[in-house]
Structures are given as structure tokens and as C-alpha cells.
Ligand binder design. Sequence first.
Ligand SMILES: [Zn+2]
Length: 257
Amino acid sequence: MARHGGRGWYGRVIAAAMGVTAVAAATSVWTAQAGQTGGGAAAPRASARAAAPEGRPVSVTIAHASDRGAHAVNITIDDGPDPVWTPQVLRVLRDNGVKATFCMVGTQAEAHPELVRQVVAAGHRLCDHTVSHDTTMDTKSPAYQARQIVDAERQITKASGGVRPMYYRAPGGAFTPYSRKLAASHGMRPLGWNVDSKDFERPGSDAIIATVERELPGGPTILFHDAGGDRSQTVTALRALLPRLKQQGYAFGFPVR
Ligand SMILES: [Zn+2]
């Protein structure tokens, strides 16, 4: 879909957002950042995470791990909310007792505040996916990047009735050191992914399931979409996949902060 900027964004995705090794460096980076952000929280990451209220600075590194440990998955749902598809995704998640992380586009959140509230009420977490989903934002000025991130944070928080996004995911993985630092200073952990379900390309629900099961050993954070076109394959795939993952003993968690 054009909004995703064609094939070019995959390169950035792989370079910037995918991976399994970045989290290991989180503790030292957090400690290094704590002085700069004035948080005074040079504590080990585990206790900082447990104690950190929303809005406190978090690590600037791109998170991939799950807060439920090694045999867990993080379901992440991008680009909504959408009046047709988000309710269907919410139903599948509810039917399976699974909590997910919704990376919302600011303008979508503003247009559909009732959906943002439903997501929050169901116990899911919010993630800032910028105002307008510009996958080339890493080539733009810091001022532009800041507007995309901070304005979306405001739009999502207003739509939710005051619940702030806990993560920031750059569209197409177009993170920059600046945008990661800015998001972290607003309490939003930069969020990557390990498994691109490729649901956006509509390869058929069986292919979506096969991609996830093949790539899941590489890391827990799985990318799906609830907007940007017909997402019926995504809904069908989730309905089959969630019980199957549960049978395989996976826990369902949130990305680490
Ligand atoms: Zn997206």
C-alpha cells in the first residue's frame, strides 16, 4: 500500500527495527540516559521498569523482548484504529483472553476515539505510531520528527481519555537516534518487531500463520495490522493462531519497557 512507501521501507525495517540483540544493551543505555533526562533514576532497568509511572523516561533502545520471558509472544497491531477491523481484532483477542499492543496513527485515533477507549478498556496497551505514518520521516528534520511523535501522543492520549501511549513505533521502522531519545523522554519505549507477519500484503491467512510460526523462534514481537485495507485475512489468521500458540505453551505478554 502506498502509505507504506512501497518496498523501500523493508530495508529500513530490517536495519532499524528488527533484531534480537538490542535489548541486551538496555541497562547501560538507560543508566547513561538517566543523567541527561534529569530523571535521577540510575537504577537497574528491572526496578526502574517496575516503578516507573507513565511519562517517566524509559530506555532509548528499540525493545523486542517480552515481559513474560523467553517462551512468550507480544502481539502488536498497527495503523488503526479502524471502524471496520479494530472491533473484529478486539473480539478475537477477547475470545482468546489475549492482551496486545496497539500502535495507533494519531489522525486515526482522533477520528475514532471510541475505539481507542475500547482498546484501553479491554486491557491492551497503546503505542504512538506518529500523526501521519510517514515512512520517510527519518530523512526529515528533528522538528518534523518531533511534531509527528508528540502531536500523535497528544491525539492518542486525548482520544483515550487520558491514557498515554507506552511505546513509540516508527512507521516502517524509520527510527532515528533523535526520535528514539525524544520518545523515551516522553515515557514511550521505542518498539521494534521480530516477526513481520506480512499480513499487509494479503498473502492469505494460511501464509500469514506459516510466516509467524516459521519466524517466531527469532523473537517474540509479532507485527499485524488492523487498518490500511481489507484485514479479514489478519482476523482469520489471529483466530487460528492464538489458540495454537497457547497450545504450544506460549504466554502472551507486552514488550518490555
Ligand atoms: Zn505502520
